[in-house]
Write a protein that binds this ligand. Structure first.
Ligand SMILES: [Zn+2]
Length: 321
């Protein structure tokens, strides 16, 4: 799996910083409690002294003295535990128990760093993901006429169920239909749900993504972090497929992305204004047949919701005049 070095560094810094913060909060709490219960501070000092004494005595072979020290040690442990319980002392727990927030296990980067690096990398690639504006709870079926409402309610329910059961092995989905019918809205609502589940999401308008991938390809660098993310992420959302400028390379790229993700059983959501026939025409039958054969296909019906919203807003403006 490819990791972009800049994100590894950023992730490592974050993990260490977060660890330092947790440590500072713990130390502050400890000092406050030591102020209130000085005996706890005494016990801590005694522990340190006893520790080295125990070591020396164990080496000397004086069992009687060793047992006496051990008993003293045990009594202190008990007393400390009781006092801590009384003052509700919270023990220090690192954010990551595997690396204790150092970012490393031995000389290997800890999984928590790699996970965070991936999140940062996906987020950078998904810079145009306005999930806050497009949620399930603000998807309004009233914009669809009576004849389409029933069908669109089914699409909406499908999307909600899909998001609810979403995992890194979910089916892939194609949303198709005219512009402004809520395809992007529902894709983004699914993306929001996926992020809440902790899944790695890459969302991008097809045009922007293809441009980035072409740039990466023609830079002739052996590292391909963008392509790696597109192929690796738990959920890929390609918005508005069909609006991008097609070259011989982008053609094969689109097939490669769709096909690779089918082969690794990773879900992809594609939205497009093209019909199945137009899809086959634009991308050749290989791409179309992969989508038709392997994707759940949902058709969006109605008249441009965005336009309706705009008109409604304009009319409201007039009323206020
Ligand atoms: Zn860790």
């Amino acid at each position: 799996m490819g990791y972009n070095k800049q994100y590894i560094k950023k992730a490592l810094d974050e993990v260490i910083e977060k660890g330092n913060k947790a440590q500072q909060i713990y130390e502050k709490q400890k000092l406050e409690i030591f102020d209130k219960v000085p005996r706890l501070k005494e016990i801590e000092t005694q522990f340190m002294q006893l520790g080295s004494l125990l070591g020396i005595t164990a080496l000397s072979g004086n069992t009687e003295r060793l047992n006496a020290l051990q008993a003293k040690f045990n009594a202190l442990v008990k007393e400390q535990a009781e006092l801590k319980k009384q003052v509700d002392f919270k023990e220090y727990i690192p954010n990551c128990e595997k690396c204790s927030d150092t970012g490393y296990v031995g000389s290997t980067l800890c999984k928590c760093v790699l996970k965070r690096a991936k999140e940062l990398s996906f987020a950078a690639l998904s810079e145009l993901m306005p999930i806050n504006d497009s949620r399930f709870d603000n998807f309004n079926l009233d914009y669809y006429s009576d004849e389409n409402k029933k069908a669109m309610k089914k699409v909406f329910e499908f999307a909600k169920d899909y998001a609810k059961n979403l995992n890194s092995k979910s089916e892939s989905v194609l949303f198709f239909g005219d512009t402004g019918l809520g395809k992007t809205h529902l894709s983004l609502a699914i993306a929001g749900a996926a992020l809440e589940k902790g899944l790695g999401v890459v969302y991008s308008p097809a045009q922007n993504l293809i441009q980035k991938l072409e740039k990466e390809h023609f830079s002739y660098n052996s590292d391909t972090p963008v392509l790696d993310d597109v192929l690796d992420c738990d959920l890929l959302i390609l918005d508005d497929l069909g609006t991008e400028f097609l070259t011989a390379y982008s053609h094969s790229l689109i097939y490669n992305i769709i096909n690779s993700r089918i082969l690794t059983a990773k879900p992809t959501i594609i939205s497009t204004n093209l019909t199945m026939e137009e899809l086959a025409e634009k991308y050749n039958n290989r791409v179309a047949s992969r989508i038709i054969g392997c994707y759940v296909i949902k058709k969006f019906l109605g008249t441009d919701v965005r336009q309706q919203k705009r008109i409604k807003k304009l009319n409201r403006g007039k009323d206020n005049d």
